[in-house]
Write a protein that binds this ligand. Structure first.
Ligand SMILES: [Fe+2]
Length: 243
């Protein structure tokens, strides 16, 4: 089975459409969405309906999804995220917001794959896994040999073998090696690794390998929609920088 792992779409319809087209070309059987469907981008409702209608075997809740779902306090969000979330709440219907609230924090695929938005062990903490020490502790907490996550918008992998944890960013991983893998699948709609192109990961469960893929999309249209919506212009500018 080939799975397309997509995460952190953030209301970027142009990037989502480009990623889905690339995944179809790669012959994926199903999709799995690791959260943050909404927030920052100009098309939260359209992206939500698009994901709902995609053949997803799992849809995980991200922090932006849950903050858009209800009226909880936004003190933990930076000013850009906070303004975008208030705007996003106004765009979504009551049904869409309760659907976001109903999403699970994690899911299992078979016996050996777990999916989470932020970090295994305590996904509700919305902790970030970016550096070696964070990956070291997170990989101990996962309960399956393979775990995939998003949240940081930076694709990377942690590999546990013989008690050691290595941090990798090759984007192509042989999952038959070692005891555990914890892999960030990249961000569809707001990459932050300096590459503006949409990111997603192709998981081949039969071949036991994962490949990060990058896809160009209609960045200009996406940026124009953000500005036209009255969202902070910085949210459009950062997309070109991949930051
Ligand atoms: Fe995100």
């Amino acid at each position: 089975m080939k799975l397309a792992l997509i995460s952190d779409i953030h209301g970027n319809l142009e990037a989502l459409e480009a990623v889905v087209a690339d995944a179809r070309q790669c012959g994926v059987d199903h999709f799995a969405c690791l959260g943050d469907i909404v927030g920052y981008g100009a098309d939260p409702g359209v992206c939500l309906e698009y994901i709902k209608n995609l053949d997803c075997i799992a849809i995980i809740q991200g922090n932006h999804d849950v903050y858009a779902a209800d009226e909880r306090d936004l003190a933990s969000f930076n000013p850009l995220a906070s303004r975008a979330t208030i705007w996003t709440r106004e765009q979504l219907t009551v049904e869409q917001r309760s659907w976001l609230a109903s999403l699970p924090l994690q899911a299992l695929v078979g016996d050996d794959v777990s999916l989470v938005h932020a970090t295994p062990g305590e996904p509700e903490s919305w902790a970030y896994v970016r550096f070696h020490d964070e990956g070291f502790y997170a990989i101990q907490a996962q309960t399956t040999p393979l775990c995939f996550y998003g949240h940081t918008h930076i694709p990377m992998a942690f590999h546990l073998a013989d008690g050691d944890v290595d941090q990798l960013d090759d984007g192509a991983y042989d999952l038959t090696t070692g005891e555990r893998w914890l892999i960030n699948v990249g961000s569809v709609g707001q990459p932050r690794d300096g590459d503006w192109r949409a990111a997603w990961s192709l998981l081949d469960l039969d071949a036991r390998r994962l490949d990060l893929r990058r896809v160009e999309y209609d960045l200009v249209t996406c940026q124009q929609k953000i500005v036209a919506a009255g969202l902070p212009p910085r949210l459009a500018e950062r997309l070109a920088q991949g930051r």
